[in-house]
Each structure stands twice: as C-alpha cells, then as structure tokens.
Design a protein around this ligand. Structure first.
Ligand code: SAH
Ligand code: SF4
Length: 360
C-alpha cells in the first residue's frame, strides 16, 4: 500500500520513517519539502539520497483531495469543492484581505449535529476527513494560489469553520493543527489558527491539553431553551457547562478571550432583550462576539436579521464593553458560507437549477 504522507504530523512521520529504518532528520527534510515547499514529487527533493527517493516513490505519495470545481467571487474570495470519494464533497474557502489571507477548512463530510440553521447539518453525517484531507486543503490552496513576490505562502490564518464539527474528528484535527503550527511545516502561530466548535465540552478540555489554539464557540442563543432548538447538542452540554469549559480553556489558550459566534436570525435571537440576556450569560468569560448574518439556503426556516437589528444588537453588547464585530458578507455571489455549495451538489434533484442560480 502506498502511504499518503499528508496523513502524518511530524511525530507520526518520524515514526513511519523509523519503521523504514530511516533517521529522524530524513523525516524533517521530507516534511519541509512537502509542507514548506509544496512539493509532491520525490524526485525533486534534491537533498535526499537517491536511494531514499526511489524507495519513497515505491512506498509513498503526497496527495491532496481532488478539486471538483473552483469558484471565484467578484470580491476575490475563492472557493473549492473537493471530492472526498463515494459521492461526498467538502469545501474550502480562501478569503484575501489586505493584511492577511484566511483559509476556511472543513473537517468532516456532513455533520451529525443538525443545527437548525445550517445546511451542512441538513445533509447528515457522512464521514470524518483524514488528516491528509484536512491538511491537504491548506497544502493545496497555498500551491494553487502560489507564493507572493516576497516568497511567502498566501494563507496566513486558518479557521476550522467549514463543514463539520472539528472536535468530533479529534485525532485527525489535532494532527492537522500540529502541522499548521510546526516550524518545519507551516509555522503558523497558535493565535492565527482557530478551531470553531458547537460546544463539545469534554473535547474542548482535551484540545486545551493536546494543542491549544484560538477558540471560537458557536453560541447563537442566550438561554438553554432556545439553544436546545438551534444547536441541539446543547441538550447534552448545556450553557452552564459550556461557559465553565470556556473558562478552563482560557487557562491555556494563546489568546486571552474566546470568540463567540452568533448567527443573526430575524425575530428568533436578535432582539435587544436577547443581547442583554447574553451579557449576563457571558459575564465571567473574557470574550469577543462575532455576529454572523445568516446565510439563507433553500428550505431554510429562518431569515437574515436586518442590518438595523444587527446594529442594535451590537450596540447593546458594546455598551457592556464586549468587543463585537459583524462578519462581512464575503463571497455571497458564490455561496461561500458554511456547507452551501456542497449542499447543492448533494441534492442532485435540483442540482442544475441551483448551479445556474449560483453562476448568475
Ligand atoms: N461545526 C463547527 C464549525 C463549522 S460551522 C461549529 O458549528 O462551530 C462554522 C460557523 O458557521 C458556525 O458558527 C456555524 O454556526 C455557522 N453557520 C452555520 N450555518 C450557517 C448559516 N446558514 N449562516 C451563517 N452561519 C452559519
Ligand atoms: Fe455541524 Fe457546525 Fe453546522 Fe452545527 S453549525 S450542523 S455543528 S457544521
């Protein structure tokens, strides 16, 4: 069997090399070629012994998921739909800004958690992505866009906010995170890598120990009654436990705040009263809020809050000294929001119709 080297973090690659009777520094060299250099051909790895190169050609490969389609938004946002086999597709989105380039990556095909406003959730759960499929999104996007004139890769920040719940694919997510942070691979600082979770409390504790990176928590509701409906996993890990887990996480986190994501749903969770209830809820958790205008999808039972409602909500939070940003709607013309494009491909009945909608 050929081994896909994108499946290994530094420690795992060293162990695999040791099994082949190769020294740790060889693993380090290969790690650098593959991740720092974006190289997939062993023949090009010129500082490896010829015998090792030819052995690796027999036993290993470097293979990211196949791209089924690429879309480019008028605002520069790029979105790739990746084939992960047996009819499953996931998406990766690159968002360029003046001072950084953010890549939003997926960790699962589908998602089991079925949040009421999420099109990924509506598809159900297909499977966990492998480490190669997770880190392959970063490897591939860097290669595809190419280094800038000063020799840097375009992706400076990674957010795990694509399809799936990263903390329910824990081991592969952590291996991918370790590669992002590794100086022989991507060398990103912990502050520039963000895991977004719907609040899997025990896994938040494990992440804090295994690989603390910046944390975003999908809150979306100020009380258990509403959150039980919008984010059903709340029935298992209610808000009191979630807030305590956030506090514990902050003991090891690279940033001294948690980012709470809050999708704005008209008439559901966007009143001034909701904002005041939130302030009381998060009183003991150093945090920032990121308000996300709801991205509608076919059959979605919700509407996007009006800009006035979002402003009013933000003002209430800001008056309580909570730093609050509103997510810019990026890539709207290519449906570059959680789960959307892959959702269109999954639902093959209306596929052609919807693809035309996306393009026009
Ligand atoms: N499963 C993780 C990460 C992926 S979702 C999580 O839930 O945090 C990334 C973010 O997109 C989450 O905050 C999620 O709640 C939000 N989201 C999902 N569907 C959305 C939609 N239709 N419009 C706006 N945001 C959405
Ligand atoms: Fe899963 Fe996150 Fe979508 Fe909820 S919002 S269904 S946790 S991907």
């Amino acid at each position: 069997m050929t081994e896909n080297l994108l499946n290994f973090d530094a420690q795992q690659l060293t162990a695999w090399f040791a099994e082949q009777g190769e020294k740790p520094f060889r693993a380090r060299q290969v790690l650098r070629w593959v991740h720092q250099g974006g190289e997939s051909e062993f023949d090009a790895m010129s500082d490896l012994a010829l015998s090792l190169r030819s052995k690796l050609k027999q036993t290993a490969c470097v293979q990211a998921p196949k791209v089924m389609r690429e879309e480019l938004s008028s605002d520069g946002t790029r979105k790739w739909l990746l084939d992960v086999g047996t009819g499953n597709a996931v998406e990766t989105v690159f968002i360029p800004e003046t001072d950084r380039g953010t890549l939003c990556i997926s960790t699962q095909a589908g998602c089991a958690l079925d949040c009421a406003f999420c099109s990924t959730g509506k598809q159900g759960f297909n499977r966990n992505l492998s480490t190669a499929e997770i880190i392959g999104q970063l490897w591939w996007a860097n290669r595809e866009i190419g280094k800038s004139a000063d020799g840097n890769w375009p992706v400076t920040n990674v957010v795990m906010m694509g399809m799936g719940e990263p903390l329910l694919n824990f081991d592969n997510t952590v291996s991918a995170l370790r590669l992002m942070l590794d100086d022989n691979a991507y060398g990103l600082s912990r502050r520039r890598v963000t895991v977004s979770t719907s609040g899997i409390v025990p896994a938040m504790d494990r992440l804090r120990e295994a690989c603390p990176v910046a944390l975003a928590v999908s809150l979306h509701a100020p009380n258990d009654a509403l959150r039980n409906v919008l984010v059903p996993v709340n029935q298992k890990y209610p808000l009191r436990e979630l807030m305590a887990a956030c506090q514990r996480y902050l003991e090891k986190a690279p940033r001294d705040f948690v980012t709470f994501e809050y999708v704005m749903l008209e008439g559901v969770n966007d009143s001034a009263k909701d904002a005041r209830e939130l302030i009381a809820l998060v009183r003991d958790v150093p945090c920032k809020f990121n308000l996300i205008p709801f991205n509608p999808f076919p059959q979605a039972p919700y509407k996007r809050s009006s800009p006035e409602a979002v402003r009013r909500f933000r003002d209430v939070l800001m008056q309580a000294d909570i730093v609050t940003t509103t997510r810019k709607v990026r890539g709207d013309d290519i449906a570059a929001a959680c789960g959307q494009l892959a959702g269109q491909v999954q639902d093959k009945t209306k596929r052609t119709h919807r693809l035309m909608e996306v393009r026009t």
